[in-house]
Design a protein around this ligand. Sequence first.
Ligand SMILES: [Zn+2]
Ligand SMILES: [Zn+2]
Length: 349
Amino acid sequence: MEREHQLLAARFYGPGVLRVEEVDIPKIGRGELLIRNHVALTCGTDLKMYLRGHRLATPPLIIGHEFAGTVERVGEDVEGFEEGMRIVSANSAPCMSCYYCRIGKPNLCDHLDEVLIGFSSPGAYAEYVRLPTRIVKLNTYEIPKDVPFEAAAFVEPLACVVHGIELSNIRAGDLVFVIGAGPIGLMHVQLAKIRGAKTVVVADASPERLQRAAQLGADQLIASSDSAGQVKTLTENRGADITIEAVGKPETWELAVQATRKGGTTVLFGGCPAGSRASVDTGLVHYGELTLRGVFHHTPRDVREALRLISTAQINVAPLITHRMRLTEVEEALRLMQKGSAIKVAITP
Ligand SMILES: [Zn+2]
Ligand SMILES: [Zn+2]
């Protein structure tokens, strides 16, 4: 087939196997948009997918789910979008009719998996991305004029952080302890401050990541393995008002519970490998009246708030991009993520 009908894409074939190859440009149907992708960001979830696969992924699958671009083609019955418009979308959209959507928890929608870009629908490490109808209707937005594509592409991960911070109930003056200074932890640091945290303490094993946390507003940095002990030292032995786990390992989930003060909230943000178990000291939770708060994904309202925070430059996402690479180098980009030497890599087609 001629090149003009084809696009370059990075397709996942199985754990550890990613091939950059030519595939057909997707045909779009009623209600859909074809996006010419300008940038895609690497994400820890893409790395997990690359290393061990994903329950929703049927190879060969184009992966990648954080992206921004321009409208290339508009499907029938699409309203509000035209060719050439700069847009960003979330990777999913709720069905708005299941039990969870009806009780106002669309992030828990039973049908979220059905159209999930980069998982059940072809993803963003590609020159073109097809936006399914439901996402076009509920979770696609025009990028304000002065916002670069690279910044706009942070809408999806930041929306998850907006959601987590909302459920953490931060109050003015709180001490917030963030475990993990990856992209998600670094966005939590900034948003916790905006929402009134007086002191943000960050723990991470990497001195470079801690340095970046300090640049983005962290007040105290902890590099030692006894970070719960250190947080207690900083709080007259009480512990953090709010602890946010942004790593996704059972040991850091346990640490998060230990580091939270009586009556405080432990936000368990990081997703652990499927089937993981963490144990908690029941006494700490019971006598300490701890609130253990699982958080997942985002709602369309969180996505809009994320775009607002980026557009008004309240959240500074630019320092989270540590590398820029071409689509042909996606595998190398994911390896940099694996080594911990990249926070986020901006991939351009
Ligand atoms: Zn992501
Ligand atoms: Zn639903």
